[in-house]
Design a protein around this ligand. Structure first.
Ligand SMILES: Cc1ncc(COP(=O)(O)O)c(C=O)c1O
Length: 384
């Protein structure tokens, strides 16, 4: 089997699972309970919070544990909208955000907020001048993803942060779900107020994530109740998942420090070179402005889902667009925003690598893909 669908989710590291099981078996008490077992569980949550804060270069009181990327993005955006709606009702985001940002903004539009969706260039990146031009006295939030989940384009987050330092009343949220552990980002240097990460994208467990919230800003909670997470996210803490998330974050950062991203970039570059050489294939990812692990391409006239299923028959797992929209049969918003034609967008497929993938897998993938495309093109030709 070749698993090239790591942007949809990753396989948990064995050490992460081990941590989850041990924590869940030995520290199952509710961290809010007054007795000593509760205190032990709370201590573990605090340690995990401190470890995550250290890795992200922030303070531990700026870490809010969530259930993952979707919740983090909802909390950041709706939490800001609810808190600051008296100050202004304008939010700026991009045309290529993940559905958890895009649909959240759509919902806010129905509640009377005005949203600007910044366009992107042919490589998938916004232009700073467009952002500058969109800012008004009513703007309360700019939400821009770090790494695009469909094509891998890295947005100029640091530059956006520098611009927004001139607008101290505008909060800056970054969806860092696809960038975490793969493309370095200094939250302080980039002037980020809110930042979303999700552990299952870096070999942690599904249902765990973090929202970084800068200490001196306020957001409204979405989940109210027992006041956990400094009243920002009520609900009994997922102690095992939280401790496992800290472990996964440490492991992915260690791998990054040891050069894993460079190795993955080499595999990515090899794949792009070989894909571009296959007749009829167009590559939509520009490696110059992209993360090391995502490649988007279309295989001349073959629908993305047909290719996905044909490859699956041979033990290869890739995606059409993002995992969330792959079942809705909608064309990729990202590709259309980049100016890719509808016909090409219908054929879009995404390869997403992890640090565990090897060059040998990439070579096998290309060999099988070439054959599969040839076979499918013959069938298509016969049916025309
Ligand atoms: C860029 C981006 N943001 C947010 C999410 C949502 O994360 P989760 O699956 O943890 O809810 C994803 C998941 O694919 C993503 O790729």
């Amino acid at each position: 089997m070749i698993y090239f669908d790591n942007s949809a989710t990753t396989k948990p590291y064995p050490e992460v699972l081990d941590t989850f099981v041990k924590t869940s078996v030995n520290y199952y008490a509710n961290p809010s309970s007054l007795h000593s077992l509760g205190a032990q569980a709370e201590k573990l949550v605090t340690q995990a919070r401190q470890q995550i804060a250290n890795i992200l270069g922030v303070n531990q009181n700026e870490i809010v544990f969530t259930s993952g990327g979707t919740e983090g993005n909802n909390l950041a955006i709706k939490g800001t909208a609810l808190e600051y709606r008296a100050r202004g009702r304008h939010i700026i985001t991009t045309a290529v955000e993940h559905a958890s940002v895009f649909e959240t903004c759509r919902q806010l539009e129905k509640l009377g907020f005005r949203i600007t969706y910044l366009p992107v260039d042919s490589r998938g990146r916004i232009r700073i001048d467009d952002l500058k031009a969109a800012i008004t006295d009513e703007t309360i939030l700019v939400s821009v993803m770090h790494v695009n989940n469909e094509v891998g384009a890295v947005q100029p987050v640091e530059e956006i942060g520098r611009l927004l330092k001139n607008y101290p009343k505008i909060l800056f949220h970054v969806d860092h779900v696809q960038g975490c552990g793969k493309v370095p980002l200094s939250l302080h240097e980039a002037g980020i107020d809110l930042c979303t990460i999700s552990a299952h994208k870096f070999h942690g467990l599904k249902g765990t994530g973090v929202l970084y919230k800068r200490a001196n800003i306020r957001i409204s909670p979405l989940l109210t109740g027992g006041h956990q997470e400094s009243q920002l996210r009520s609900g009994t803490e997922n102690t095992g998942g939280i401790v496992a998330a800290a472990k996964a974050l440490r492991l992915i950062h260690e791998k990054f420090e040891n050069g894993a991203a460079e190795k993955t970039s080499q595999i990515r570059d090899y794949l792009i070179e070989k894909l571009a050489a296959i007749p009829g294939v167009t590559v939509h990812t520009d490696p110059e402005v992209s993360a090391p692990h995502i490649i988007n391409f279309s295989a001349g006239g073959i629908r993305g889902e047909v290719l996905v299923h044909a490859l699956e028959q041979q033990g290869i797992f890739i995606s059409t667009t993002s995992a969330c929209s792959s079942k809705t049969r909608e064309l990729s918003r990202t590709l259309l925003a980049m100016g890719v034609s509808k016909a090409e967008a219908e054929g879009a497929a995404r390869i997403s690598l992890s640090y565990e993938n090897t060059m040998e897998e990439a070579e096998n993938f290309i060999r099988i893909l070439q054959q599969t495309i040839q076979n499918l093109q013959q069938v298509l030709g016969r049916n025309q």
